[in-house]
Ligand binder design. Structure first.
Ligand code: ADP
Length: 253
């Protein structure tokens, strides 16, 4: 069986600034991989390349054996048409720092929209799926609230339900707790932890080291656009090999 995610030799620049300098990363079904590292090391950019929110110049990304974003034929690489990329994007679900809910739609409508428009479920089916996921993140009782009537933590839980309801092969979490007040961080991390323990394949960027240690099957430490060190959480946090990782962990306490 193909790995859920296979990144090979990924290179990405913004103008003259090379942000990803050859990333290789594989994930199997059920893996929970946390990307850690200093600000600017390329973690978010890596996540954004996986669902083609960013184009990239070199290397390949495959999800369940399917190459994402580009086609290579006779040594020539070409970007796929936008419609095809949009279709591929549905293979991943993404939750962002800033939730990105539609403000003029209720929590329920935020979740059913993609199910009806993209997945072509009937309205009743979509509502049933959405209610199941809202229940799972503890938001079913507030399904008729608008984002403006919800706390940041509640909005983030709706955003996570919205992404997961689409049944992606891989969930991407980009610092989903950084915009939240400290007392709201826990409720969102509890949701992510619950999904992880259920076997969902996840790639996440986080500053919450204790959380990364608890929830991950693998932790990847990035530095200046490269994977500097990676391994099981016990090794990365318990027996870091490189001085850079030791220094980073000391700073993150
Ligand atoms: P991290 O998530 O590890 O903090 P990022 O992936 O956000 O790192 O950023 C990596 C580098 O790429 C940084 O130097 C950042 O300033 C730069 N960068 C990110 N996005 C853009 C962009 N859209 N345009 C130009 N530079 C960018």
């Amino acid at each position: 069986m193909s790995p859920v995610l296979k990144i090979s030799g990924l290179h990405k620049s913004f103008g003259d600034l090379e942000v990803l300098k050859g990333i290789d990363l594989d994930m199997e079904k059920g893996d929970v991989v946390s990307l850690i590292g200093s600000s600017g090391s390329g973690k978010t950019t890596l996540l954004r390349c996986v669902n083609m929110l960013e184009d990239f110049e070199g290397g390949t990304i495959e999800i369940s054996g399917k190459q994402i974003g580009y086609l290579t034929e006779n040594g020539q690489r070409r970007r796929l048409p936008e419609r095809e990329i949009a279709r591929q994007r549905a293979m991943t679900g993404m939750a962002f720092q800033q939730f990105n809910l539609f403000p003029h739609m209720t929590a329920l409508k935020n979740v059913t929209l993609g199910l009806i428009k993209t997945k072509k479920f009937s309205r009743d089916e979509a509502i049933s799926i959405a209610e199941t996921w809202l229940e799972r993140v503890g938001m079913r009782e507030r399904k008729d609230h608008y984002p403006g009537q919800l706390s940041g933590g509640q909005q983030q839980r709706v955003a996570i339900a919205r992404a997961i309801a689409m049944n992606p092969e891989l969930m991407l979490f980009d610092e989903v707790t950084s915009a939240l007040d400290p007392e709201l961080v826990k409720e969102v991390l509890a949701v992510v932890r619950d999904l992880a323990s259920d076997g969902m394949t996840m790639l996440l960027v986080t500053h919450e080291m204790r959380f990364a240690r608890d929830v991950s099957t693998k932790v990847v430490f990035m530095h200046h656009g490269r994977i500097h060190e990676q391994g099981p959480p016990e090794q990365i946090f318990g027996a870091p090999q490189s001085d850079r990782l030791v220094a980073f962990l000391a700073d993150s306490d």
